[in-house]
Write a protein that binds this ligand. Sequence first.
Ligand SMILES: *[C@@H]1O[C@H](CO)[C@@H](O)[C@H](O)[C@H]1NC(C)=O
Ligand SMILES: *[C@@H]1O[C@H](CO)[C@@H](O)[C@H](O)[C@H]1NC(C)=O
Ligand SMILES: *[C@@H]1O[C@H](CO)[C@@H](O)[C@H](O)[C@H]1NC(C)=O
Ligand SMILES: *[C@@H]1O[C@H](CO)[C@@H](O)[C@H](O)[C@H]1NC(C)=O
Length: 470
Amino acid sequence: MGTPLLFLLAFSFSFFSALSFSPFSPVDNHLINCGSALDAAVDGRRFVSDFHSSNPGTPLQSSALTTALCNGSPRSSSPQIYHTARVFRKPSRYAVEIKEPGTHMVRLHFDPFVSSNSDLREARFHVLVDNYVALSNFTVSDTLVKEYLVWVSQNKLVITIVPTQKGKLGFVNAIEVLSAPKDLIPDTATLVRDGETQKFEGLIKQGLETVHRVNVGGPKVTPFNDSVWRTWIPDDGFFKSSDLSSKVHFSGRINYQVGGASREVCPDFVYNSARVIASKSSSIPEANMNWVFRVTGGHRYLVRLHFCDIASLSLGSLYFNVYINEQLASKDVDLSSIAYELASPYYADFVVDSDNLGAVSVVIGRSNLSMAYAVDGILNGVEIMKMNNSMASFDGKMCRGMALKNWPRGNSGGLITLVVVLCLLLLSVSMLMRRKIVRVKDSFSWTKLPTEVSEVNLKVGIQSSLGGKF
Ligand SMILES: *[C@@H]1O[C@H](CO)[C@@H](O)[C@H](O)[C@H]1NC(C)=O
Ligand SMILES: *[C@@H]1O[C@H](CO)[C@@H](O)[C@H](O)[C@H]1NC(C)=O
Ligand SMILES: *[C@@H]1O[C@H](CO)[C@@H](O)[C@H](O)[C@H]1NC(C)=O
Ligand SMILES: *[C@@H]1O[C@H](CO)[C@@H](O)[C@H](O)[C@H]1NC(C)=O
C-alpha cells in the first residue's frame, strides 16, 4: 500500500529537482572543430567542422594556405576535438556572429601533436581576440586550453592567428565562443592597494584571462560537471599546508539565492567542498590558511573568492578576515549576515596589482570576532584572472599592430583566396566555352590552360579547397 505513495514522492521529487536545474543555454554558442571534415561531440556538445564543404557557414575566413592536420595516433582518452588541427602559414581569421552584445567567453584549445609532416610543438604564432593580443610569440608543448572573457559590442567576434614569420606555423584544434552568464562579471569590485581598499569600477568592460580556477578542498571539476563547461582544479598545489586546517565535504543541498552567487557563477561541485580552520577548544587557533598563485608581473588581477558556509553548526558563529598580497582586503567577514542561511553561496571580487615576485597570495585568518568552539575561517574556491595591460595585451608588451607587422596588408590569405576563386571561375568558364566550341567544331583541342592563370595559384587553390592532405 505504501509503494505507490513512495513512488509518487520519488517521482515528484525528481521532477522538482529537474525543474530547478534548468541548464544554462548561451545565446551565442559557437563551437568549432578545427581541421576536421566531421563534427565532434564532446560532453554532449557538438563542435562543428570548419571545412567549407561540410559547413558552408564556417567562420573560417581565409582558407588559402591553411592545412587540415590529423593526429595519426591520438591518446585513447583524448577528446575528439584534439584529433585534428588546422594549421596556418599566413595570418588567418575565424569570425563568428554575435547576436547579443555583452561578456563572451572565448576558449582556444591547443594540442600540439606530431604528425607525419608537421610537428606542432615547433609552431610559433600570435593570437588576437578582437583587438586584444591574447598570445604573442606563443609556443605550446602540451595540451592547453586558454580562456578569455571579453566584452563584445559589435555583431561579430574575430580570432586571428598570425605565424610569427614566414616559415613558422600557427595552429588551433578547437574554438569556443559563448555568451557568458549575465551575472558572471559584475561592474564593480574592491581594489586592494597600498594597504587600503577602494571601489573599483568598470570591471565589466575589462578584458580578462583565466589564469587559475581552483576548487578548494575538493576534486577536479571537469567541463561536463560545470554549468558553463569550465575546469576547476584541486587547490593542493597552491595551498601552503597548515596542520590546523582541514578539508570538509558537504553532501546536502547548496542553497543558491537571488543576490548571492548563481549556479552559473560557480557550480555545486565547488561550493560543496572547502578548507576550514576550526576551534576545538576554548581558545581560537592563531593559524592562517595561505594560498600562493603564480602569475606574471605587469598586470592587474581579478581575484574572486568563493565562500559557502558548509561547516558551521549554526548561523552567526563564523567570522574571518581576508588578506590579499599581505594586505587586509576584507575584515570580520560574516557570511550569515549576507546569506541568512547556511550552505548559501557567495563570492567576493578583489582587484590587485601583482607584486614583483609574480605571485598573488590569499590568506584566510581569524577575525577579532572569531569564536571558540566554532569554525573560524573557510574558503571554497578561487579564480585568478589577468587583466589586459595598457597595450590591450595579455601576453607581453606587443600591441596588435606589431603582431601583424611581418605581414603587410594585401599579402594576407583573404586576398589570395579571392584571386584563386576568380582564377578557378575564369578557368571553368573558359573550359565551358571551349567545350561548346569543341562540340560545334568537333575538332578543336582545349587542353591548354588560359595564360593568365598561374599554375602555382591553382595548386594552392585546389589544395586548400580540399583542406589539404591528411
Ligand atoms: C620570440 O621568442 C624567441 C625565443 O624565445 C625569441 O628569440 C624572440 O626574440 C621572441 N620574439 C619576440 C618578438 O618577442
Ligand atoms: C561528474 O560528477 C560525478 C559526481 O561527482 C562524478 O561521478 C563523475 O565522474 C563526474 N563526471 C566527469 C566527466 O567529471
Ligand atoms: C583586532 O583587535 C586588536 C586589538 O584591539 C587591534 O589592534 C587590531 O587592529 C584588530 N584587528 C583588526 C583586523 O581589526
Ligand atoms: C585593456 O584594454 C582596453 C582597451 O581594449 C583599455 O581601455 C584598458 O585600459 C586596458 N586595461 C588596462 C588595465 O590597461
